[in-house]
Ligand binder design. Structure first.
Ligand SMILES: *[C@@H]1O[C@H](CO)[C@@H](O)[C@H](O)[C@H]1NC(C)=O
Length: 287
């Protein structure tokens, strides 16, 4: 049986795991459903695409994207991947918006089966400082916006709201490092966890896509691991001038030196891309 499944996997090529963005869920026909079909159609070697569902229904998947602490979501994602026979020889991963940093954290915390290539599309890899708008007037989202402005680093809000867990206030860099319950942790800002770095270095390629006219991600450079220079919120440091990179805290510099770190900039607003932009630039990492 094991032999047979190995044979099938060899024939089918590497499967792909998707993680949707905020306000979305695993299975909408116009979002992850469409992306999943597009990948299968345009990249014929990809026969199997799994879109992660966090929770036991599409509705709870959407609300968990606002309300379930990220480390709990990572546990659920890891369990689903470990239980899926089609993924046991490894997989490529594609994350959209916050799904980009969640999959990156999954690579750091769930090394088996192996994630091979990771594509983060419009992710917030250094967090966000600003929450300009909510998708389609979602009321949970409006509530989250108010709470972030009220006090993102209070333990009440950190432990309950996903977006607070990747809130990165450059005017309170020390508070961020101390109290962030997700992005500061996986970026090794709070205490240094060698396992997070060792696991990220297992990726074959880390591919980061930024949107030139992104009106959701503030600052948009966060999609490329760039961020505000600490202490102010005007000057942006490119990824290779941040301490995260220069101190190689999670292995970015090592990946870069090895030619495994790739940057793309798409022209449009947040998550607005054509099938052609996707395939011309990214298909090479999924084939
Ligand atoms: C470091 O990361 C590993 C992998 O996720 C985890 O099991 C471990 O608990 C972490 N250590 C600390 C001190 O947080």
């Amino acid at each position: 049986m094991k032999l047979l499944s190995n044979l099938i996997l060899t024939v089918l090529g590497t499967p792909v795991v998707l993680w949707h963005g905020m306000g979305d869920n695993c299975c909408h026909s116009f979002s992850m459903g469409a992306v999943s079909k597009m990948i299968q159609k345009k990249i014929p070697t990809v026969e199997y695409v799994k879109s992660l569902m966090i929770g036991d229904s599409e509705g709870s998947d959407t609300s968990n994207g606002f309300l379930m602490p990220v480390f709990q979501q990572l546990d659920l994602a890891c369990q689903q991947i470990q239980a899926d026979p089609a993924l046991q020889n490894g997989y490529h991963a594609v994350g959209f918006s916050q799904g980009g940093q969640f999959l990156r954290a999954l690579a750091q915390t769930c090394p088996s089966p192996p994630m091979k290539n990771l594509i983060s599309i419009g992710g917030q890899q250094q967090g966000i400082f600003g929450f300009p708008k909510c998708p389609d007037g979602s009321s949970i989202c409006e509530y989250v916006r108010k709470m972030l402005n009220w006090g993102a680093y209070t333990s009440f809000i950190q432990s309950r709201l996903v977006q607070a867990q990747y809130w990165h206030d450059p005017l309170q860099e020390e508070t961020y490092k101390e109290y962030s319950q997700f992005i500061g942790v996986v970026n090794n800002e709070h205490e240094f966890n060698q396992t997070y770095k060792d696991n990220l270095l297992k990726l074959e390629n880390l591919v980061l896509v930024k949107f030139e006219k992104d009106s959701m991600v503030v600052p948009k450079e966060s999609s490329h691991f760039g961020y505000y220079s600490p202490g102010q919120d005007a000057e942006i440091l490119p990824y290779d001038q941040t301490e995260l990179y220069t101190e190689d805290r999670i292995g970015l510099k090592t990946l870069d030196t090895a030619g495994k770190l790739h940057f793309f900039t798409f022209a449009g607003d947040h998550l607005r891309f054509t099938d052609e932009e996707f395939t011309e630039n990214l298909a090479q990492f999924l084939a």
